[in-house]
Design a protein around this ligand. Structure first.
Ligand code: COA
Length: 372
């Protein structure tokens, strides 16, 4: 069995941001428009008036201050309220491949290897731009990588599930260098006209390069252990799929985009994740006092504060459990990897940390790493 290391990471960040104030101004203009256009039905009690959103509520409920998006103008147009991301020609790179390759190149450069040395690429994300050919195979071709590639989807846990798959393959010897890429175009699965969730998501792409430990040439993290779990729940769901275009279905069905029962998610996922991490640490004989850092899934600040406190047995010190969601919002599977990529350089050899993601499925994945 070979030991495995994370030798590179990359983060593609879009250039456009939307602040909570900008988001709320657009939503409220849309709500006014809707209420005016439907004034008669609302007065007759046939439709409910759209209530206004509030930037204060968003910050207090989530800790999010802004989000990056691939297209700001479409999202903020009160008459549109979704991003303008026109389909591309079959001969042009897909958007997911484009942003995934950007993150991948950063990871490859950090590791100091050549793209052709990569023999496995997993494109692990919550949504895929098309059914096939796999985005991962397109990325393999754009990078000039060898071996094989495939897409996988475990929603917000896609990155850690991808890391376990790659780690197991490298351990067993079937591949030597693997890239796990998480291009998340969350702006396209979010219903920006729904006050309850319009603030939640942002766009980004991350990449994690894994190699045999013995091949690492620069600063890196040994993968000590990985652990995954799933448990079925309808509380985070998106019904969009290849059966959606049957004649009895309408394109504007609300269930064709992200839906959640946020309160239930909050209540049910917290114990699941806390127990998962505690069991993983226990089995690996890692004590709370051994952990130098927690890189958690970035969905909600209160959730992360709670998990940090449960895992460490006390309130985390500043920097022990870095949050990036104030700037990026929830970026689905990419969130914990952004936190890891941006807040791990200062760890010293022997320092232990834990990456953890969780979300729809339900799903939870944890990766214990040690600075080499
Ligand atoms: N502006 C102003 N008020 C809003 C609002 C907005 N944008 N959105 C909702 N509200 C209102 C609600 O209508 C509700 O009003 P009511 O009490 O009169 O019914 C009130 O604010 C509280 O709403 P609620 O949805 O219960 O808030 P919350 O405190 O549960 O926070 C979430 C909402 C989504 C931030 C929170 O539940 C959460 O983070 N859950 C976990 C989400 C998660 O991790 N999902 C995984 C996704 S991958």
């Amino acid at each position: 069995m070979h030991s495995v290391a994370i030798t590179g990471t990359g983060v593609f960040t879009p250039t456009e941001t939307i602040t909570n104030d900008e988001l709320v101004a657009a939503f409220n203009a849309y709500a006014d428009l809707y209420n005016t256009e439907n004034a008669n039905e609302i007065a007759a009690g046939k439709l409910e008036a759209k209530p206004q959103s509030s930037a204060d509520f968003i910050l207090a409920a989530s800790g999010i201050e802004r989000r990056y998006v691939l297209d700001k103008s479409g999202v903020l147009d009160p008459a549109r309220m979704y991003p303008s991301l026109p389909p591309r020609d079959d001969d042009a790179p897909s958007i997911m491949a484009d942003i995934g390759v950007d993150a991948a190149r950063q990871a490859i450069e950090m590791a100091g290897i050549n793209a052709e040395d990569i023999d496995c690429i997993l494109c692990a994300a919550s949504n895929h731009e098309r059914a096939y050919p796999a985005i991962a195979v397109e990325i393999q071709s754009l990078l000039g990588a060898g071996g094989f590639a495939y897409d996988m989807n475990v929603a917000c846990s896609s990155a850690t599930f991808g890391i376990q798959s790659a780690t197991d393959m490298i351990r067993a010897g079937s591949v030597r260098n693997a890239l796990v890429i998480n291009p998340e175009i969350c702006s396209a699965h979010l219903e920006w006209r729904d006050r309850d969730c319009h603030f939640i998501f942002g766009d980004v792409a991350t990449a994690t390069l894994l190699q045999r430990d013995e091949d690492a040439t620069g600063a890196h993290f040994k993968v000590r252990s990985t652990r995954l779990a799933t448990q079925f729940s309808n509380n985070i769901r998106n019904n969009n799929g290849f059966l959606r275009r049957t004649r009895d279905q309408m394109d504007d069905r609300r269930d064709m985009q992200f839906m959640q029962n946020g309160r239930k998610v909050f209540k049910e996922v917290l114990p699941l994740v806390s127990k998962h991490i505690a069991t993983h640490m226990d089995e690996e004989k890692v004590k709370a006092g051994d952990l130098k850092r927690l890189w958690l899934h970035q969905a909600n600040k209160s959730m992360n504060d709670y998990i940090g406190k449960r895992v460490l047995g006390r309130d985390p010190e500043p920097g022990e459990q870095p949050n990036i969601l104030q700037d990026y919002a929830n970026t689905s599977s990419a969130g914990s990897i952004i936190a890891f990529a941006q807040h791990s350089d200062d760890l010293t050899p022997g320092d232990i940390g834990l990456i953890c993601s969780f979300g729809a499925g339900y799903s939870v994945g944890s990766v214990i790493v040690e600075r080499a």
